[in-house]
Design a protein around this ligand. Structure first.
Ligand code: HEM
Ligand code: HEM
Ligand code: SF4
Ligand code: SF4
Length: 394
């Protein structure tokens, strides 16, 4: 093979930050694939033109998703990346690994793939970049022997993901890890067999801080919350204030609904106006806590730009108790999928379908009642239009 010369890419190694070029070059001697990725990318930089092409279905036995086929459009010039498929491996809930598990994974990937990884992809999965069609099945077999599974890709349920939740975080109002694992097991068919108009993502955050950004990235966002009042330890509040904490400026004035008052010795909450945004709790974690009656808010429709512009999720269930076996949640999911499957056009996400048909049709077909919390944009316009026969023309 000709010597690898990449003057344009090499400029990326000169900055103060880590560089994927420097990282990849360390692999070049051992992995001809990586040399060709770099050589082809250098050519792309010269020509300002991409040389990867989409298309071609590849996979493993019994699975419709989990492998993303990729090819070079210049296979004669770059034979080692003629096939450069990506495998998505289902990550454990909350991305907790033992070092042994990681070493096992890497051993298999070193054997069958380019050795390049992306921990983790936007979907949440472990992304293993670059292998050939013939290696897919043996690699998959070795992964599954160790208990790993492929994640979702294509028009199926994408690998559900969640925040670290109760494993490390005192804000968690639900067991995100258990719920994520439970839904992953329950919906194995939906995960592995693309059967819908397009992809469907479930993301779970333990509280409104929404560390997995579910509201913007998930068709179905589950966000922990509580419905009684948040808990205040007045002694701890006074400690904050006595040590110079600007409670008025940092907490009281920033509460979005102005439902907190500081009397000089006590923090008073108007619980009926608290929207459970987490702001005050984040600022005074030693003194404030979510309430005891915990559950989750469910939102639907978040997504990036596809047929329509980017959408944030809308609330469809302001509060749901979430305890094993999560039947109410699973029924809701199945009903939504059925409706979407029946009415959705190809590549139409659930949010776009609701946008096209209207929230009132969605709610009516699912047998749900409109609620004030179902707003399209907070504090702007109510998203629900009443049916004409329901309006009192009086
Ligand atoms: C104009 C060109 C391209 C467009 C518009 C495009 C668009 C996208 C989009 C929208 C996704 C996200 C899908 C999802 O929701 O998971 C995606 C994922 C992906 N794309 Fe492309 N892509 C392009 C070119 C490429 C090329 C050239 C490659 C590789 C040779 C590639 C490899 C991938 C892979 C591996 C994923 C999955 C990553 C993951 O698991 O999150 N794409 N692409
Ligand atoms: C200058 C070069 C590159 C830049 C600036 C770049 C930047 C990025 C960024 C910002 C993301 C999104 C990460 C995330 O939100 O999870 C991404 C994802 C990705 N990149 Fe790159 N990348 C570069 C080169 C490459 C190369 C050479 C490959 C493959 C050989 C690659 C494969 C991917 C894939 C498969 C994903 C999607 C992973 C996922 O989100 O699931 N990238 N890249
Ligand atoms: S979303 Fe909430 S519960 Fe989950 S890690 Fe973030 S702060 Fe903690
Ligand atoms: S959680 Fe948000 S809305 Fe509720 S009291 Fe705290 S700052 Fe105000």
């Amino acid at each position: 093979m000709a010597e690898l010369k990449t003057p344009l890419l090499d400029q990326l190694t000169t900055g103060p930050w880590p560089s994927f070029v420097a990282d990849m070059k360390r692999l070049v001697d051992r992995k001809p694939t990586v040399a060709d990725v770099l050589a082809q990318l250098e050519l792309s930089y010269e020509e300002k033109k991409g040389h990867w092409k989409h298309g071609g279905i590849v996979g493993v036995m019994g699975y419709g998703g989990g492998v993303i086929g990729r090819y070079s459009d210049m296979p004669e010039k770059f034979p080692n990346v003629a096939e450069f498929h990506t495998m998505r491996i289902n990550q454990p809930s909350g991305w907790f690994y033992t070092t042994k598990a990681l070493r096992d994974l890497m051993k298999i990937w070193d054997k069958y793939g380019s050795g390049l990884t992306n921990m983790h992809g936007s979907t949440g999965d472990i992304i293993l970049l670059g292998t050939v069609t013939d290696n897919l099945q043996p690699a998959f077999d070795e992964f599954s022997d160790l208990g790993w599974d492929l994640g979702g890709s294509g028009s199926d349920l994408r690998t559900p993901s969640c925040c670290v939740g109760p494993a490390r975080c005192e804000c968690a109002c639900i067991d995100t890890l258990d719920l994520c694992y439970d839904l992953t097991q329950e919906f194995q068919d939906e995960l592995h067999r693309p059967m819908w108009p397009y992809k469907f993502k479930i993301k779970i955050s333990g509280c409104a801080n929404d560390c997995v950004a579910s509201i913007a990235r998930a068709d179905f966002a589950i966000i922990g919350t509580w419905r009684d009042d948040l808990k205040i330890d007045q002694e701890a509040v006074r400690e904050y204030v006595n040590s110079g904490f600007d409670i008025q400026g940092v907490v009281i004035d920033k509460c979005p609904t102005k439902c907190l008052t500081w009397t000089g010795s006590e923090l008073v909450l108007d619980g009926s106006n608290c929207v459970r945004c987490m702001h005050c709790i984040n600022k005074m974690p030693k003194a404030l806590r979510p309430g005891d009656d915990k559950g989750a808010t469910i939102l639907v429709g978040g997504k990036a730009t596809i047929l329509q512009s980017a959408f944030l999720g809308w609330v469809i269930v302001p509060f749901m108790k979430l305890e094993k076996p999560y039947d109410e949640l699973k029924d809701l999911l199945r009903n939504i999928w059925e409706w979407w499957d029946e009415h959705g056009k190809v590549r139409e996400r659930i949010g776009e379908l609701i946008y096209r048909k209207g929230m009132r049709v969605f709610l009516k077909d699912l047998g749900m009642d409109p609620l004030p919390q179902m707003v399209f944009r907070p504090r702007a316009n109510p998203y629900f239009f009443w049916w004409p026969e329901e309006v009192n023309q009086g």
